[in-house]
Design a binder for this molecule. Sequence first.
Ligand SMILES: [Zn+2]
Ligand SMILES: [Zn+2]
Length: 259
Amino acid sequence: MREKNLLSGQKEKELSLNQKGIRFAKQAVKSAAGLLYPPRCPLCDRIIPLGKGRVCGECQRKLPWIVQPYCLRCGKTLDSLEKEYCRDCLSHPHEFTQGIAAFRYEKAMRVSIRRMKFSNRREYLDFYAEAMVFRAGKWLPLWKPERIIPVPMHWMKKNRRGYNQSELLAKKIGELTGIPVLYHAVRKLRSTKDQKELSGQERRSNLKDAFEVSGGLSGIKSVLVIDDVYTTGSTMDEISRTLKCAGVRNVFFLVAAHR
Ligand SMILES: [Zn+2]
Ligand SMILES: [Zn+2]
């Protein structure tokens, strides 16, 4: 079983019945597609024989899952069980309520996520979405998000790239969890500079008022925002601020990797 391989050594019972139903219904379609586009390991990009899981055996053993202790606000790995929050969260109050990441953003993850974003390796999305849902297993029943919202991309950037990886992740996570996805509830109003080239303060001003709620959130109190990577939290904070202005009380997030 693919997921058994992906999640080996972890509790499979945390997967919901909903996930299992969807998985089996899609199996036949996937098998046919697999002959044309053989699945590749999202970490080393080697072709994996059909039915042998989403990750090759070698990379499976090295997956940098985030395990306890991690920050109870942003999900970053902590170096001591005594701590509850990371230094960043203690010094900067965040707008979001809580969030978690599936993996640490180590070298293999960086390369993999870059391939997913810039080299059209969209087939990696299944792996990331399943890993994210697995990581969120114990949190989703506590958070009870009513809607899923992908971090939006400015339309010009999306046109250039051809897709928004956060939207595609949100779609799959919606299918796996049964939580409805709102694709257009938040819009990115303007093109912003690449966040990774900026300092913390510059990141915040770069994103100021960059998002707008465009509807679909009436009466919604709790949402789950999906993105690929959490860096300093500036994007998550600005989206959360925008959503809270529109009446959402709790903004949670789920990302593939945490820097
Ligand atoms: Zn591999
Ligand atoms: Zn933190």
